[in-house]
Design a binder for this molecule. Structure first.
Ligand code: IFM
Length: 450
């Protein structure tokens, strides 16, 4: 595979703060919306929360040794905003900064590049109390946080990401209500999406000023939307679904507008936009991060309610391979998606910032044989390579996730890690998929590629 021979291509593993750190009320950290949401009855499938998670806050050195032993070039992780900023006035928590400085120094000592995300969903609760992403001031608060993070930590960071998957924060958090803050309101979702993108633009500017030597971008979760049947109605529905879920974000970021069809369809729910917002949102990016897990198959339907779209996402058929999340395994979708984006946009360089699968892994005799994940990774890397061979400029690939962790509303039951975590003992075991990746990366080093 050409991918393995390119010394510039970055291989990494990824995590996020709330999913692994634990220590949610230690060293001056204040509450996030996920701390609050986890206390809501029935919100988390196994009633789990972030209090202990993978105890990474305490065990980070051991975890970093593990990362280094994998032979990856980079580690993608997020900073918990509520560890850094303590109140509505923007007071800075030095202990929080010290923790992340330690992490960054730990990575530098091990020769691993730091890819840092500022927002992976853990909004400080004090901002939610002021309206959260429905309040435009949250974008200004995010700019302040970005400025503090970049000026205090920027010398050790190679790549910054403003937001991870704003679709999830907006739609899962404000429309479906299955993620924090658990709101169910179509208009709120569109307004939150706009303020998230505005926050991205404002933070980008602060990052460029305070950490000019680093790369700056954003990460979107994207899927190809296929028509589940050949009828023109279903094809139009798939097109609408792609516009609503992918291009709403892509067009705003890359072209400074929202897709007209979706704008017209949701005329009752349009977000408030101030003059100049779209210019702030669509500043040039050094890279666009794409999180890819699956494809979506769509059927046309009559909306049951005014705030529902004119399509339905079909459940995978019983003969289609799925992950433990029930998501279709669809490696060719990655090639299709990348090629479509390449055709439709003038893209910055791309990174695959997450890719992986949940499976029902079992630790048996000290080993975890997760062959389904191993195949998943191989197939997706081949699919990525096919896209690159056809001309798509992809500069890196990060496996999700380094280790099993808190899978949001699913709690701890869904395991995405290359490393198995025994939540009773906190013991880590490299799964077979992780051993495979490690072997490939070490061979690559031995061949002198990097
Ligand atoms: O675990 C999540 C991650 O936090 C964001 N992207 C998708 C992953 C799997 O659901």
């Amino acid at each position: 595979m050409r991918l393995w021979q390119d010394p510039q291509f970055v291989f990494g593993v990824a995590t996020s703060a709330f999913q692994i750190e634990g220590a949610v009320d230690i060293d001056g950290k204040v509450e996030s919306i996920w701390d609050t949401f986890c206390r809501r009855d029935g919100a988390i499938a196994d009633a789990g929360d972030g209090r202990v998670a993978c105890e990474h806050y305490r065990r980070w050195e051991q975890d970093f040794d593990l990362i280094a032993s994998l032979g990856v070039d980079a580690y993608r992780f997020s900073i918990a905003w509520p560890r850094i900023i303590s109140d509505v006035d923007g007071r800075v928590n030095q202990q929080g900064l010290m923790f992340y400085r330690q992490l960054l120094e730990g990575l530098a000592e091990r020769g691993v590049k730091a890819y840092v995300t500022l927002y992976h969903w853990d909004l400080p609760q004090f901002l939610q109390d002021q309206g959260g992403w429905l309040n435009r001031d949250t974008a200004l608060a995010f700019r302040h946080y970005a400025q503090v993070a970049a000026s205090e930590l920027g010398d050790l960071v190679q790549s910054w990401c403003t937001l991870n998957e704003p679709w999830c924060s907006a739609v899962l958090g404000h429309w479906f209500g299955v993620h924090a803050p658990g709101i169910q309101d179509r208009a709120a979702a569109l307004q939150a999406a706009h303020h998230l993108l505005l926050a991205h633009g404002m933070a980008l500017d602060a990052l460029r000023k305070n950490a000019p030597q680093a790369q700056h971008g954003i990460v979107l979760n994207l899927s190809p939307y296929y028509s589940a049947a050949e009828t023109p109605g279903d094809q139009a529905a798939a097109e609408f679904a792609a516009l609503e879920n992918n291009h709403w974000y892509l067009q705003a970021l890359l072209q400074g507008r929202y897709p007209q069809k979706v704008w017209d369809y949701y005329d009752r729910f349009r977000p408030a936009i101030c003059p100049g917002d779209m210019e702030i949102i669509s500043q040039p990016l050094d890279y666009l991060g794409i999180n890819y897990y699956s494809c979506q198959r769509v059927l046309a339907c009559e909306p049951t309610d005014v705030d529902w779209p004119p399509y339905k996402v079909q459940e995978p058929a019983s003969n289609v391979p799925v992950t433990a999340m029930g998501w279709e395994i669809c490696p060719s979708g990655l090639t299709d998606l990348l090629q479509q984006l390449h055709r439709e946009y003038r893209l910055p360089p791309l990174l695959i910032t997450e890719n992986g699968m949940a499976s029902d892994d079992q630790l048996f005799d000290g080993a975890v044989v997760d062959d389904q994940r191993l195949t998943y990774l191989q197939q997706h890397l081949s699919a990525l390579e096919r896209a690159m061979e056809s001309g798509v400029n992809v500069r890196g690939y990060f496996a999700w996730s380094l280790m099993d962790n808190f899978e949001w509303a699913e709690g701890y039951r869904k395991r995405f890690g290359l490393v198995y975590v025994d939540y009773d003992s906190q013991e880590r075991t490299l799964k077979r998929s992780g051993q495979w990746l490690q072997q490939r990366l070490l061979e690559r080093k031995q061949r002198g590629v990097v």
